[in-house]
Design a protein around this ligand. Structure first.
Ligand code: NAP
Ligand code: F7E
Length: 357
């Protein structure tokens, strides 16, 4: 039985990866932060009572800013594979908390690598680092692959750049099995509620249910390469099963604007919207409602308004990934289309809100 340690186990990717590794027969340890309210909603279905003999999913309190805690957990759990998913992962919030973001997202991985070295586990333990398409920043080449230069455009991306190179440096300096997954945006019904996709699908559900009138968004022109988090968890695992440590892009190769994502999400529930106006004056307006349940919605209702507060000091305009190396060397490719993801997320949020009415 292989043992895995997942940092960020309570996040979107941590939940999908835990489920995958448990299905593969792993003993899974996860690091969760102490919080004043429950933060394990995404993994509660995997949790087993601590008093059960041989529970194969175990949680440990910890934090990526605490070296001694990480050393102790790694020593106690003796992982064959560490998946470093923990991060302050919100790009806009990183402009408000740059020092904290650098500490956790940048130096955090250094703490893990040093812990493995100190414990003399470099031959035993493989490490996966959650690197990101945000590293590309300014769109220098399209599509972006493992050879595309980086140009980070946020404190989040700068911190992740430190982490990316630290992984490569430890691989080269100490022969460690340390790999970067350069993952493009991936979404799901478990996506955090302030990322744009989930913010949109939750708002569409609330507007349809008569619980909210408008959705306020920032830059509608931004283009993202959106895949499904479940597919990307499979990719993370494959990266660590590869014969040698290396860096891989995981992406769908298709890019879509935030505007089009919103249009499709409303369409899932039978609400057609059209956009008019430009820049901060652009609006999303209902042009037809085919679902007869939504009597409170009328043609001409304004349901999307721009709020400049959601603009970023520096934006990443266009991301589109080339995952041909992962396809060729790992046999990985995404299985969900964006329209399937939008339908899954929107229907899930609509069902959640209906259940709570
Ligand atoms: P997420 O849902 O925001 O989850 C982040 C996880 O990190 C949560 O479990 C969070 O704990 C934990 N965490 C935050 N700060 C921590 C700290 N100081 N110490 C320990 N744990 C901490 O993010 P995700 O979407 O699953 O993404 C997983 C990783 O992939 C992140 O590193 C992210 O930056 C990276 N990434 C994500 C994407 C994407 O599109 N999703 C793409 C590329 C890379 P709480 O639950 O307590 O907040
Ligand atoms: O923004 C625009 C925003 O916050 C996407 C993280 O998982 O993926 C994620 O980072 C785009 C941006 O994700 C709103 O300006 C418009 O251009 O959903 P997001 P992100 O910044 O791409 C990468 C790969 C990661 O590594 C990160 O961890 O949407 N946008 N209006 C908005 N974004 C938000 N959040 N809210 C808005 O109202």
């Amino acid at each position: 039985m292989k043992t895995a340690l997942i940092t960020g186990v309570t996040g979107q990717d941590g939940a999908y990866l835990s489920e995958l590794l448990l299905k593969k027969g792993y003993l899974v340890h996860g690091i969760k932060r102490r919080s004043s309210s429950f933060n394990t909603q995404r993994i509660n279905h995997l949790y087993q009572d601590l008093h059960t003999d041989n529970a194969n999913f175990q949680l440990h309190y910890g934090d990526l800013s605490d070296s001694t805690n990480l050393i102790r957990i790694i020593q106690e759990t003796q992982p064959d594979e560490i998946y470093n998913l923990a991060a302050m992962s919100h790009v806009k919030v990183s402009f408000e908390t740059p020092e904290y973001t650098a500490n956790v997202d940048g130096i955090g991985v250094l703490r893990l690598l040093e812990a493995v070295r100190l414990l003399k586990m470099t031959d035993k333990t493989k490490i996966y680092q959650a690197s990101t398409s945000e590293l590309y920043g300014s769109d220098q080449a399209v599509p972006q692959n493992e050879k595309t230069p980086f140009y980070p455009r946020s404190p989040y991306a700068v911190a992740k750049l430190f982490a990316y190179w630290t992984i490569i440096n430890y691989r080269e300096a100490y022969g460690m099995f340390a790999s970067n997954g350069i993952l493009f945006n991936h979404e799901s019904p478990l996506r955090g509620e302030t990322f744009v996709t989930r913010k949109i699908t939750m708002a569409v559900a609330a507007i349809a249910a008569g619980k909210q009138q408008k959705l306020f968004l920032g830059n509608l022109d931004a283009k993202r390469d959106w895949g499904h988090a479940k597919d990307y968890a499979e990719g993370m695992w494959r990266i660590l099963q590869h014969a040698k440590p290396d860096d891989f892009v995981l992406a769908t190769g298709i890019t879509t604007t935030v505007r089009e994502f919103a249009r499709q999400a409303f369409a899932v529930l039978g609400i057609a919207i059209e956009f008019s106006g430009e820049g901060v004056n652009e609006k999303g307006i209902i042009s037809a409602v085919s679902n007869t349940e939504f009597k409170h919605l009328n043609e001409g209702d304004e349901v999307i308004t721009i709020d400049e507060r959601y603009f970023r000091p520096t934006e990443v305009d266009l991301l589109i990934g080339d995952a041909s190396k992962a396809h060729r060397e790992l046999g990985w490719k995404p299985t969900s289309t964006l329209s399937e993801i939008i339908a899954e997320m929107t229907n899930n949020d609509y069902n959640l809100i209906k259940r709570n009415i």
